[in-house]
Design a protein around this ligand. Sequence first.
Ligand SMILES: C[S@@+](CC[C@H](N)C(=O)[O-])C[C@H]1O[C@@H](n2cnc3c(N)ncnc32)[C@H](O)[C@@H]1O
Length: 320
Amino acid sequence: MTQSPTLSDRFSAYADAVLREGSPSWAAAARGVADDAEVLALVERAEEARRQPVLVLAVARWLGAPLGPWPDLRRWLLDHQERFLDELGRRLTQTNDVRRTSPVSLALARVAGPVALLEVGASAGLGLLPDRYGHRAGGVRWGDAASPVQLDVVVHGDLGEVRLPEVVWRAGLDLDPLDVSSAADVAWLDALLPPGAPDRAALLTQAVSVARAAPPRVDRGDAVDDLARLASEAPGDATLVVVSTGTLVYLPGRRRQEFVEAVRGLGARWISYERRGLLHAVPVAVPDGTPDAESFAVLALDGRALAVGDAHGTRLWTTG
Ligand SMILES: C[S@@+](CC[C@H](N)C(=O)[O-])C[C@H]1O[C@@H](n2cnc3c(N)ncnc32)[C@H](O)[C@@H]1O
């Protein structure tokens, strides 16, 4: 029987991943936690959903902890246990990864417009603006070529022409919506980014500037319980497209299935970019030769896989 990874395993795996992403300081911090029984016991005092390495490190950073060397961060964590746990208990992993709009827009291009876009787990709503960013895969371009946000995606496989439908309505749902107009909310989004990844911080700043020109609506609500209410506000003459990216992993298994049924019950189209293997409703055959890190997620339209890709949506392998 396979055993589920321990908390130490999770921090260790995160250390490897974040090192590959170019953040040696967070890699060292995550490695430090993974190997430290006392700090692991501290993190274990938080509820299961709050023990994610990225959230733990972001909360420490948010509260002003030294990011390294590890003995300094360790001392800070053990000296500020209650303050740290209190903040950790109030926060969710809300990284709003604009790069995922490239795969999402490739699926969106297959939907006839006009479109009403509804994202669950929208965070600050930066994913609601795929048409306000420019996208490029090799020589193929789509989206807004004049946008300050220009995203490159590597696509292995045939792409053809990509033309986005008109988006006439957009709104998001989140348990704890972030507001692009709020400096504190944007600072929290920034704190969630691994230090040492300046490209991601710059991209966030540019995307926030685009979003502030016409802030996307993000309502407080649950992906399952509040979906039909928000969907009922979408214009009836537009095709409703529900989007989920990097969000369903935060729902318990039973709730994920309820979400899929809720989307189907609405008769909506559904674009997902979620971890491979997470959803029974999204079976996928990984193309031969795809590296593990590039088959982390599956891009699907209505449950039918279109591609596999990395966690951030920057490298895709089409599935035919
Ligand atoms: C990791 S973020 C991903 C944000 C965005 N979809 C992206 O890809 O950039 C997950 C978001 O889902 C939200 N969330 C978690 N569980 C939720 C639920 N049951 N209903 C609505 N939102 C939820 C969190 O607050 C967080 O903002």
